[in-house]
Design a protein around this ligand. Structure first.
Ligand code: C2E
Ligand code: MG
Ligand code: MG
Length: 587
């Protein structure tokens, strides 16, 4: 400590006393220091929370406050620096009180000499450091420097209290290295130690970066990696969103351990088994949670090692299936496994084809064709909807241009694209749209964006602004699945929509439920009053169509006309359809 420059804070409201203390410090020849003087209690409070000082000296008398008050504030603000209280004559008894409240020392101002001051400062700093070293030894593992079992239990109990208060979940991962004993025996113990250090390092750096995967709120506690002893480690993930987060982190831990370790000239391969227990699902107290994570870990070992296992078996298959599907979906984007079908839409009065809706499909190499209802929610949850949505927009715009280029007479007037709520709240949808329109050279009026009711209603104010921007670009806007959410007519008036698409669930019962028929009629009248067109979705029978026509519905889409078609068949369909119209063979 002799050569180190120490930062000293003096809080004293008496300038003469400050000058005196400053003078005393200046007489200490072998102490290198910076002295900062603060003269008021309130100003001192401001510097205490992120206290950067090596030592603080508080005068006992600070106007209407006392040095003991400041001491209390400093301790509760987490100030780590040792604190010395300076008392005056007649402040008897305060010394003991100060020590009880956490002061390192006290000095009677009338007796201070420079030697006394020097000794008090040096002792206080040294004592504090020794204390810290002891605490570190008590709470950290000497080999890996990770938190040990005691600190882990403490963190776990904090995390459970936090989760219970904020009603969220956390996951406890129990990690045990596979066949560690064999490595320890065949190499030597020193290599074994190096391996444990290496594992600790990977876990630590990995969990730090993985925190963002499993973290959904700013208020989060830090995740903790700990070594319980031997080759047993734990990872505590706080504020996880779903069990999927725990599965994802576990899989990545296994992956990060699968790279070889280079230890003292040896290349060592290691795997691990991980057991996962979730709070509160698998246990609401520390003991149960630990026991269940441990049990799950043993199952992972017994089932062939090198994998993770949830405590509840039912979770394993779901988590794995979802995880595989997520990985597959990532590959699908780049691997040409996604495609678009197009479902034509006609004007009911004239029978002419007015547009086609792009509907995504995923051709999975093993699972076959997967419908959007199965993978769009996963894409939304994982954020993959952003690249997927962009791909859909680009492909549909390009396709519309292509139909037009090939045969301007028999091309659908517009193409509709479904936009997910996540794309909508992403912020740069307008820029993406602009770029796609420029790149594909599509006339914006030939593009229609379908937005579901729930998305529009969720953030009504910000949505109105965004819808106006899109509208200003010249694209058309429709409200999809109308009637399934909670639209009020009042709201609807505020949105610059061109079209509402009445959800299939209403159309389905239109012929046998007078109530549904009445609702549809009201929707049509209301939409026309607001100068919007009405499209009926999912029309399957002639009866439905004829009722809709009587009600004044403008357009329709559904299996009655045709199922969604591959792009190349749309053109064929249009040619045939237009031919039938000309020959007056309209159904
Ligand atoms: P949606 O936008 O309401 O699309 C209409 C759905 O109804 C399509 O299902 C279509 O095949 C189906 N359909 C059309 N006519 C009939 C009919 O007469 N009877 C019956 N039973 N069904 C009919 P699909 O293609 O499975 O799409 C389901 C939903 O997935 C879509 O509902 C849309 O919300 C979403 N989706 C599809 N493609 C995309 C996409 O590219 N991006 C996003 N974000 N969502 C998409
Ligand atoms: Mg749609
Ligand atoms: Mg719909």
């Amino acid at each position: 400590m002799t050569n180190e420059r120490i930062k000293i804070l003096l809080v004293d409201d008496d300038e003469d006393d400050y000058l005196l203390t400053k003078d005393l410090f200046s007489q200490i020849s072998n102490l290198s220091y910076d002295l900062e003087w603060i003269s008021s209690y309130c100003d001192a409070l401001k510097v205490l929370s992120g206290c950067k000082f090596d030592i603080c000296l508080f005068d006992y008398r600070l106007g209407e406050y006392t040095g003991l008050d400041l001491l209390r504030e400093a301790v509760s603000a987490g100030c780590k620096a040792p604190i010395i209280l300076l008392t005056g004559q007649g402040d008897n008894g305060i010394d003991i009180e100060a020590i009880k409240r956490g002061a390192s020392d006290y000095l009677n101002k009338s007796e201070i000499t420079s030697q006394l001051l020097e000794r008090a400062v040096r002792y206080a700093i040294e004592r504090k450091r020794t204390e810290e070293r002891i605490v570190h030894m008590a709470y950290y593992d000497g080999l890996t420097n990770l938190p040990n079992r005691s600190l882990f239990l403490d963190r776990l109990s904090q995390a459970l209290a936090h989760s219970s208060r904020y009603k969220d979940s956390c996951a406890l991962l129990f990690i045990d290295l596979d066949n560690f004993k064999r490595i320890n025996d065949t190499l030597d113990h020193r290599t074994g130690d190096l391996l444990l250090q290496g594992v600790a390092e990977r876990l630590n750096s990995f969990v730090r970066s993985a925190d963002t995967i499993a973290r959904h709120r700013v208020r989060a506690l830090a995740s903790t990696v700990a070594r319980l002893g031997g080759d047993e480690f734990t990872v505590l993930l706080t504020e996880i969103h779903s069990m999927q987060d725990a599965a994802k982190v576990s899989q990545r831990i296994l992956y990060s351990l699968s790279n070889p370790f280079h230890l003292d000239g040896h290349e060592v391969f290691i795997t691990a088994s991980i057991g996962i227990a979730l709070y509160p699902a698998d246990g609401e107290d520390i003991d149960t949670l630990i026991k269940n994570a441990d049990t799950a870990m043993y199952h992972a070992k017994n089932n062939g090692k090198n994998h993770f296992q949830f405590y509840k078996f039912s979770m394993n298959s779901t988590a794995l299936e979802r995880l595989n599907m997520e990985n597959d979906l990532r590959r699908a984007i780049t691997g040409n496994e996604l495609s678009l079908l197009y479902q034509p839409r006609i004007n009911i009065g004239s029978g002419t084809i007015v547009g086609a809706e792009a509907l995504i499909r995923w051709q999975h190499p093993e699972l076959g064709l997967i419908s959007p209802a199965r993978f769009i929610p996963l894409a939304e949850e994982t954020g993959l909807i952003i690249p997927i949505g962009e791909w859909v927009l680009k492909t549909a715009c390009r396709q519309k241009r292509e139909w037009h280029r090939k045969d301007p007479v028999h091309a659908p007037v517009s193409v509709s694209v479904n936009i997910s709520g996540h794309q909508f709240s992403q912020g740069n949808l307008v820029n993406i749209m602009e770029k796609i329109l420029v790149d594909t050279g599509l006339d914006p009026s030939c593009l229609e964006l379908e937005i579901t009711e729930s998305v529009i209603m969720k953030n009504a104010d910000s949505t109105v602004a965004l819808l106006h921007k899109l509208k200003d670009m010249g694209v058309k806007l429709s409200m999809d699945d109308f009637g399934t959410g909670y639209s009020s007519f009042n709201y609807l008036k505020r949105f610059p929509l061109d079209i509402i698409k009445i959800d299939r669930s209403f159309i389905k019962d239109i012929t046998n439920s007078p109530r549904d028929a009445a609702i549809i009629k009201a929707m049509i009248v209301m939409a026309h009053t607001l100068e919007m067109k009405v499209v009926a979705e999912g029309v399957e029978t002639e009866e439905q169509l004829s009722l809709l026509q009587d009600m004044g519905c403008d357009e329709m889409q559904g299996f009655l006309l045709c199922r969604p078609l591959p792009a190349e068949h749309v053109h064929e369909f249009l040619e045939i359809w237009d031919g039938m119209l000309i020959n007056n063979e309209k159904p």
